[in-house]
Design a protein around this ligand. Structure first.
Ligand code: HEM
Length: 491
């Protein structure tokens, strides 16, 4: 018995020694990178996330990297990770061809690896090439009538609800953003499932967060056997009901193509890359998730900030009034939104303070040089956008306050390009950013034209959480005051 034990120990030790020797460069590079606090031998920082509540993951992660640290490293069991903290290093990673991939550990259990958010290496480049044509300015103009109509529909809907009451407005905005995406990118017009789909994603998000606290579930076979996997299947059902309808309706009815400008769904259905229905469904799943939640988070935070900063709300209103839009204006084109520079600054300042994606991750496929260090291959790289967005050395002493004027061209040109990353930059920058900015501007114009907002929430008390996008911890409770004599546009 003892002989077997000795053989076992010697074999395991030798295997470990061989493994370490083979990967000696990896360990040498990893050891050089300063360590983040809290890690334990063997398990690293796994215990911190296993014992914390998901709402605390973001503050824990941000706290780990101290203000004066430029880079910090941490192990999660056998997975090595680093967190960056300078604009220069963000730029290095986001522009490196060796750092385009999404970490499998974080994405695998929930998203199909055939969808654009998750496809890595060469397939990602091919998928972007396929989908880019449906996100051009030309395409935006094609969709402008429906985008405007969708938002007006939202204004009518909340008219009935508001009436001086305090309401949580997030879900209505999310349903409106979803409607916008389904129409603009998926040629789909039936709004009967909007709220069901938003609710489906609302139920889906906490399940993703639960999985992050259970590292053993990152192995697909374990995950498939888990209770969580069945819960995920259940919440995906209403979302897939909608997705299947989108695919079916688009298969049977062909929209007349105008020039080379085609919607996302047509690109997916007609491509020579021959995607299966399952692959198309996964792609739609990612698109409607990535588009409606981020836009709704940014817009609801923006309205909250307007309620807290009356001087800004007033300036927004003045801009709309001076644009001399008539009461009957039908639709504002993307070009026309250029006459609302202050609204654009307000939206950008909102996303600086409360970026809908406050932290994201990449995985290295080869060594990547950042500052004085080399990040080894197969390392997860954490990019805490929120820290860069609130860095006083970059944005000044008032980095923590809401001041849209910092986006005035003269002032903003002094800010390094990679210091403002609501849509990220580089090869994986948000494919929908032009559409998102257009949608948000039209939304704010219509909203402020009709309502003033008030809130009891206090700016200094606002906290963010990972969901896994980034939302405010507090529900967005707003009191909507319907148009008064102050709100007569074009008079
Ligand atoms: C305010 C609104 C939005 C914000 C703040 C936002 C932000 C982002 C960010 C930060 C990423 C990069 C994530 C990462 O790589 O980790 C991203 C990717 C993506 N976004 Fe957006 N987004 C918004 C709206 C939209 C819209 C409207 C669409 C589609 C209609 C969209 C579709 C996508 C897709 C497909 C990706 C993956 C791109 C890739 O990996 O190549 N997003 N978005």
């Amino acid at each position: 018995m003892s002989l077997i034990l000795i053989i076992l120990v010697v074999t395991l030790t030798s295997l470990f020694a061989i493994f370490r020797f083979k990967h000696r460069r990896f360990y040498k590079l990893a050891a050089k990178i300063p360590k983040l606090p809290g890690g334990l031998p063997i398990i690293g920082a796994t215990h911190i996330f296993m014992t914390a509540e998901p709402k605390d993951y973001l503050p824990i992660m941000l706290d780990m990297i101290k203000k004066d640290m430029v880079i910090g490293s941490v192990w999660f069991g056998t997975q090595f990770a680093v967190i960056l903290n300078t604009v220069e290093d963000f730029q290095k990673v986001l522009t490196s061809p060796n750092c385009i991939n999404k970490p499998k550990l974080l994405f695998d259990a929930f998203f199909s690896d055939s969808a654009s958010f998750c496809v890595n290496n060469n397939p990602h480049e091919k998928r972007r090439k396929l989908l880019n044509p449906s996100f051009t300015s030309l395409m935006l103009n094609k969709t402008n009538f429906h985008t405007n109509e969708t938002i007006k529909g939202f204004i009518n809907k909340i008219n009935a609800k508001s009436d001086g009451k305090t309401i949580d407005i997030y879900h209505d905005i999310a349903a409106c953003a979803l409607r916008g995406t389904l129409h603009a990118h998926f040629d789909y017009d039936d709004d009967s499932l909007d709220y069901k789909v938003v609710k489906g994603f609302d139920d889906f998000k906490p399940l993703i967060m639960q999985r992050l606290g259970k590292p053993w579930l990152s192995f697909k076979p374990f995950f498939k056997l888990s209770k969580l996997s069945k819960q995920v299947e259940a919440v995906r059902t209403p979302i897939y009901e909608c997705i299947n309808k989108i695919i079916e309706s688009n298969k049977h009815h062909r929209i007349k193509l105008e020039g080379r400008c085609v919607s996302t769904i047509r690109q997916l259905l007609d491509t020579k890359q021959k995607l299966s229905d399952e692959e198309i469904a996964e792609e739609i799943f990612i698109f409607i998730y990535a588009s409606h939640e981020t836009s709704a988070l940014a817009l609801s935070a923006c309205l909250l900030l307007l309620a807290m900063h009356k001087n800004v709300e007033e300036k927004v209103f003045e801009e709309i009034k001076n644009a001399k839009l008539s009461e009957e204006f039908t639709s504002i084109s993307n070009e026309e939104t250029q006459s609302f520079p202050y609204i654009e600054m307000v939206i950008k300042e909102t996303m600086r303070l409360f970026p809908p994606v406050a932290v994201t991750f990449r995985e290295t496929i080869a060594e990547v040089e950042v500052g004085d260090y080399l990040i080894p291959p197969d390392t997860i790289v954490g990019l805490p956008v929120l820290l860069i967005h609130r860095n006083e050395k970059i944005w000044g002493k008032d980095a923590g306050s809401f001041r849209p004027e910092r986006f005035e061209p003269e002032e903003f040109k002094k800010i390094p390009q990679f210091a403002f990353l609501p849509f990220l930059l580089g090869k994986r920058t948000c494919i929908g950013y032009k559409y998102a900015m257009y949608f948000m501007k039209i939304f704010i114009i219509n909203f402020v034209k009709n309502y003033k907002v008030e809130t009891d929430l206090k700016f200094d008390e606002l906290k963010t959480q990972m969901t896994p996008a980034t939302s405010l911890l507090q529900a967005i409770q707003l009191k909507l005051l319907k148009g008064s004599e102050n709100f007569l546009i074009g008079q």
